[in-house]
Write a new protein. Structure first.
Length: 658
């Protein structure tokens, strides 16, 4: 019989030796196999249909649910296969657990890859090498200290909770011999314990993905670390702890989480956090009703812990909360030689003179590679004769946080000496001279964040070392003609003189804005204030009257001694014309029970409203005053009159206001 016949016969016998499991049930019995492709391809689906288990290719699955701008780019660069659990009914492919994060399956081997229960009761992923007649182990549950069983007593089940369990079927043991909830990856589902075993010392550490299409081990982790409590840290060098919460027997973290959850109507009543600390274990956990919409907690590729909620109406995942709340607050989130800006539409950008090391990785949220130089530094190794022409130069980045691990140069007492100290070392990449102190950096520059006025308020200047070629190219590219410079200077001088005269006139007449409509003198018009005028009127927003869901309110006084209440709108996204149109509509409202709008400010991205100041304070301060507070408690007749006034105001808004 020819050798080819033997080979075909062997493959035929192999196909009958292991029963396939290609149906969409929730159970895999001993002796059955689950394959990725071919006749035995299939998946397990939990009984409630919420979760699925099987082999998947992230690049293909993710790209199929992303925008067309990304789906046609670079998906072939990641052809590896993984085995895991994902949301079965969600149109956006979202994994919740991955088995072989560190051992992806190469595309050529996927045709001969199977999942099965081994003879010792472990769940294993095996690659068959048909030509050699051998097998190789890709991944295993590695159950230790278990009782002797055979494959006929172990069953794999995907539960409605998303927990994958190995259950002994012919014993009195009710607990699973292994479960995926004890080995979470980057997602914490309801029912998963995030903590550590005090007997074994083992902990459930959550590690972020590497990118959207690579579920491998990323740069950030979170977990309970004994006396240190809950710790968020960067795993890669340099390892940095950037958030920490020390636990106690009555953790204050749980009521904080519960109060935040109850404030959000989307998930109110759907999340119940708990904290347990006893002699055997310590952990945090949250539960959710079985019928609740899909939600989970994950450690994002950016290093933020996020609670995600599926919006069926919008067909997308919505972020309920994130910690840290600022994307730039996680260390090195943009990689080396990149600048992070919370306020910008694009979070990360390369420093001038640098380019993305891997645009494909950046496209799928993996910025660990950061940026690389466009031109190598020239100064090192240059002879004294050619030093002037090849000398490296520095480009300043103003109002930025300084990178990690600065080295102080005590002898550099001036900025010139500080710059020379950096140039004297081939590995020096930047310097900063602030408060008469010289700091230099060697190697990669990490965590350079722009001043956003919220999370970062740094005023330091960082000088980035660049090859002279990069700076000279920039200067030559923008070098204007002499005639253009002269004409521009004359025009600029004329405009400057005109502005000075205008400022003198405004100061003379105590001008503070211009009427949007109507007559400024009779009070019928709405004033358009400059931001600087409101800063001056409120003494730099020093006296806060209160706040609400749309911003804070501050007391101020205009030049004519009129008391005002200035409301700074947070997160206002209207355009200039839309904002002015809305202000015009509100300005038409004139009623004794409604606070009068005096003016507004729309300058850049700043949106402020100026109201008439109520000297008696906020209404709730009188209605809900405690008995021991200063002043009299309002009687019921007064409260009734207040209620009538509110009703009249609402009636005016709904029926009389046009």
């Amino acid at each position: 019989m020819p050798p080819l016949i033997y080979t075909l016969l062997g493959l035929l016998l192999l196909s009958y030796a292991a029963p396939r499991c290609s149906s969409a049930g929730d159970t895999l019995m001993a002796g059955q196999t689950l394959a990725a492709v071919g006749a035995g391809a299939g998946k397990l689906v939990s009984r409630n249909g919420k979760y699925a288990l099987g082999f998947f290719q992230p690049a293909t699955m993710i790209a199929s649910t992303m925008s067309s701008s990304k789906s046609h780019h670079n998906t072939s660069s990641s052809s590896s296969w993984y085995f895991g659990i994902w949301f079965n009914k969600i149109p956006v492919f979202t994994t919740v657990w991955v088995a072989n994060r560190e051992e992806p399956i190469a595309h050529p081997n996927i045709n001969s890859t199977q999942l099965r229960i081994s003879s010792d009761g472990n769940l294993v992923i095996i690659v068959h090498h048909v030509g050699a007649g051998t097998e190789s182990l890709v991944w295993s549950t590695h159950i230790v200290n278990r009782t002797q069983t055979t494959t006929t007593t172990t069953t794999l089940v995907l539960l409605n909770s998303g927990n994958l369990v190995l259950l002994p079927t012919n014993t009195s043991q009710e607990m699973p011999s292994w479960q995926s909830f004890d080995h979470p990856t980057d997602v914490v589902l309801p029912g998963v314990k995030l903590g550590w075993d005090k007997v074994t010392g083992l902990s459930n550490t959550i590690i972020s993905k590497k990118s959207l299409i690579n579920p491998g081990l990323g740069s950030y982790s979170v977990g309970l670390e004994g006396a240190m409590g809950m710790v968020l840290k960067r795993r890669n060098s340099p390892s940095v702890v950037y958030w920490q919460f020390v636990s106690s027997t009555t953790s204050t973290l749980v009521p904080i989480i519960r109060s935040l959850v109850d404030l959000d109507p989307r998930i109110k009543g759907l999340v119940n956090p708990t904290y347990v600390d006893n002699n055997r274990e310590e952990y945090y956990m949250y539960t959710s009703p079985d019928e609740s919409p899909p939600l989970f907690v994950s450690l994002d590729t950016s290093g933020q812990i996020k609670m995600m909620f599926w919006s069926q109406a919008k067909k997308t995942w919505e972020t309920i909360g994130a910690n840290p709340d600022g994307r730039c607050m996680t260390p090195a989130t943009c990689g080396p030689f990149a600048v992070c800006n919370n306020n910008a539409h694009i979070l990360s950008e390369c420093m001038e003179g640098f380019s993305q090391k891997s645009p494909q990785d950046w496209e799928f949220n993996d910025r660990t590679g950061g940026c690389i130089r466009n031109t190598p530094l020239q100064y090192c190794g240059t002879s004294e004769k050619n030093m002037t022409s090849s000398k490296d130069m520095f480009r300043p980045i103003a109002q930025a946080t300084l990178p990690y691990k600065p080295q102080l140069i005590a002898l550099a007492s001036t900025q010139t000496k500080c710059e020379e100290a950096c140039l004297s070392s081939c590995s020096c990449t930047a310097y900063s001279f602030n408060n008469d102190k010289c700091s230099v950096w060697y190697g990669e520059l990490l965590s350079v964040n722009m001043n956003d006025g919220i999370d970062f308020t740094a005023e330091d200047v960082l000088y980035i070392r660049l090859a002279a070629k990069d700076l000279s190219f920039r200067k030559n590219k923008r070098k204007p003609h002499v005639g253009v410079v002269t004409a521009g200077a004359i025009i600029g001088l004329g405009l400057l003189m005109l502005m000075v005269l205008l400022l003198i006139w405004m100061k003379k007449f105590k001008w503070c804005g211009f009427p949007l409509y109507g007559n400024q003198d009779n009070g019928g018009g709405i004033m358009a204030f400059r931001f600087t005028d409101l800063v001056r009127a409120t003494k730099n927003f020093s006296e806060k009257l209160g706040g609400g869901g749309f911003g804070s309110v501050y007391k101020g006084v205009l030049n004519n001694s009129t008391s005002i209440a200035v409301k700074r709108l947070d997160g206002a996204s209207q355009g200039e014309k839309q904002f002015r149109a809305e202000v015009s509509s509100v300005g038409l409202i004139q009623h004794i029970n409604i606070v009068k709008l005096i003016g507004f400010c729309s300058q850049g991205d700043k949106r402020l409203l100026v109201y008439e100041h109520m000297s008696n304070g906020s209404l709730d301060g009188h209605l809900f005053k405690k008995s021991n507070a200063n002043g009299d408690i309002l009687n019921w007749n007064t409260r009734f009159q207040i209620t009538l006034g509110i009703a009249r105001g609402l009636s005016y808004l709904h029926q009389s206001c046009r």
